[in-house]
Every structure is written in C-alpha cells, then in structure tokens.
Design a protein around this ligand. Sequence first.
Ligand SMILES: Nc1ncnc2c1ncn2[C@@H]1O[C@H](COP(=O)(O)OP(=O)(O)OP(=O)(O)O)[C@@H](O)[C@H]1O
Ligand SMILES: [Mg+2]
Length: 352
Amino acid sequence: MASVALRGLGKRFGTFTALESVDLSIPDGEFLVLLGPSGCGKTTVMRMIAGLEEPSCGDILIDGQRVNDLAARDRDLAMVFQNYALYPHMTVGQNIGYPLKIKRIKGEERQRRVQEAADKVELGHLLARKPAELSGGQRQRVALARALIRTPRLFLMDEPLSNLDAKLRTVMRAQLKHLQRELATTTIYVTHDQVEAMTLADRIVILNDARIQQIGTPAEIYARPANVFIAGFIGSPPMNLIEGRIENGRFVHAAGAVGVTAADRARAVLGLRPEDIALADPADADLVGEVYASELIGDHTLLSIRIGQTLVAVKVAPDGGLPIGTKAGLKASTGKLHVFDGESGERPPVRQ
Ligand SMILES: Nc1ncnc2c1ncn2[C@@H]1O[C@H](COP(=O)(O)OP(=O)(O)OP(=O)(O)O)[C@@H](O)[C@H]1O
Ligand SMILES: [Mg+2]
C-alpha cells in the first residue's frame, strides 16, 4: 500500500512534448483512473512512475520518498502493460509465476498461487500453453494474473481489458473492482473508455493535449465537466453541445432559445445531456427540430433530433420512437443546463 505524488512531472521526446507539467496526489488505497484519447500521454505517465522512462522534469514520490533515481525493480509495483509483454518461451503458468520465482518462492506454494491467480482470470486450464497459442484476450489475462499474483504496494494497469470481448470485459471489470477493494492496493489504471473510467474509479484524471483537464470523482465530472472537451467525452451518448450566443439571460439559437443563468456572450455552447431533455409541443418548446433517426436501444429509445446543423440526442421511453421527419419540440430540464464559453470552451466560473 502506498501513496503516490507527481510534482511538475513532464516528458519531452526530442522537441515533442508528450506531457506537460503534471501535479497529482494519490492517497493510499485509491483506485485512480487516467482517462484520455489516444496519444494524450497516459502510457508515458505510467512508464515514468514504473521507472521505465526518465522524466524530463519533475518528481515522483511514493510514500513521500522521491523515487526518480530508484531502479524499476526496486519500486515494488506491478504493471500490466498495454502490449502484455509476456515471455514467449515460457508457458502460461511460468509467465504467471515469474514474479514469485524472482522472489525465490518455490515448489508447492508457487504452484498453488499460480493456480489461484490463473483461476481468477479463468485461465486455470491453460497453464501449459505458450503465449503464441493464446488469443489476444487470453494473453491479456495472463498479464493480469502475473500482476495479481503478488501484493505490491502499487498496481499500474495500462488498458488491461482492451482486448477482451464485451461480455468478458464487463465481468473482469467487476472482478477487478472487487479485488482492488479487497486488497486495498493503490491502483493507477489507464483507459480511453469512459464507461470503464466511470465504473472503476474513485477519482478520474482526464488528460488531453499532454495536460490534465480535470480531476474529480466520476459523479463530479459527470455533473460539472470543466470544458467542452470533457463534456463531449463523458457519458454515453455524451452531452449534446449546441453552438449559439447568450443574450439577456437566454441562450439563443436559430431553432429557439433557452433561459440560462450566464452572462451575455457572443459565442456560447449549450450543453444538454440526452437524459435531461424532454419532448414538448413545438409551440411550447425551447428548441424545435425534426426527427433524424429513432433507435430502440433496449431500456430506452434514442432519438436524434436535427436542429440546424446539429444532431441532438434525446433519451425517451422504449416506446417513444417517432417517424423520421416528425417535427419535434425539445424542453431542457431546468438546473441541468451547462453553458461553456464559445471561444475557450471552458465553463465560466460561477458568479458570486
Ligand atoms: N519513445 C517515444 N519517442 C517519441 N514519441 C513518443 C515516444 N513514446 C511516446 N511518444 C509520443 O508521446 C505521445 C504520448 O504517447 P503515449 O503512449 O503516452 O499515449 P497514450 O495516451 O498512452 O495513447 P494510447 O491510448 O494510444 O495508448 C504520443 O504522441 C506518442 O507518439
Ligand atoms: Mg497507451
């Protein structure tokens, strides 16, 4: 168990800045998720914490101790790599048991723990295979089992579920969360899947353009995304973002207007979650458009309503589907509106 702190941590590859100055404190036992699109620097952060990449600037502290100069093997952490990094000449059992071999744990105990770890990831029957004889998802689970076989002070997991099929991924997600609670081992987990981030994390750190965009609990980030990038990234489907302007306390768009509590601005973005919009009589609606598509998802129907050039997603009851081309009025739930600056994309600070 360990706390981790990053102080002004940055990484340049030649003239390219992969990560600007990152500051982050992770308390002992936390499940922290780094979330961001491809190339935003997630793996780079992990490799620096693991000691596989040297920071260009800043410090890494584990339990208050600066570890920049500590070799990877002395940092007492287990990492699951994005690309598995299995030993091809070893069997599944030998790969999983390797961390114990290094610690000179032998014979029956090693065998027992290998079996336990393999069973946790449903690979107990494949211990004699070589990695080349496994599917991508099975290889990924070998890498997971190899990390779970010992109790390091820190888990680093880089997209550990990305190669599993949808069903297994959901099962493994619940298992990982359960296990992490049980072991209470500080975990830093990388994903570009916002559902995975929302479901697993105690706190989420959103990275984009080599910088931290927002840090918060899943509920905080969902309720108050700090800018349009985050608003358009979190939620499935994510928040609708509609461009317009704010005039006399109203967001104004060619398709209508909505009352808001924000200062006038020539360019603004209105954010509305699909579940915070209701259909209304066009005569009495905030915005008016027409049905572009109607999809039954299962427990709800997703309507896409076209207003001007924008498609607005609206969640309605399963039997609430409408024919394409139907005129549709939209009413936003008061108190559930988000306003962003049209230039910077940022949520303006709350006025006192
Ligand atoms: N050794 C390297 N030399 C040069 N550039 C690198 C190197 N490693 C990473 N980069 C660049 O740094 C940026 C961040 O890479 P990183 O692997 O951290 O992204 P990521 O967020 O993990 O992306 P993904 O979700 O695709 O795995 C990318 O633009 C990448 O091309
Ligand atoms: Mg990566």
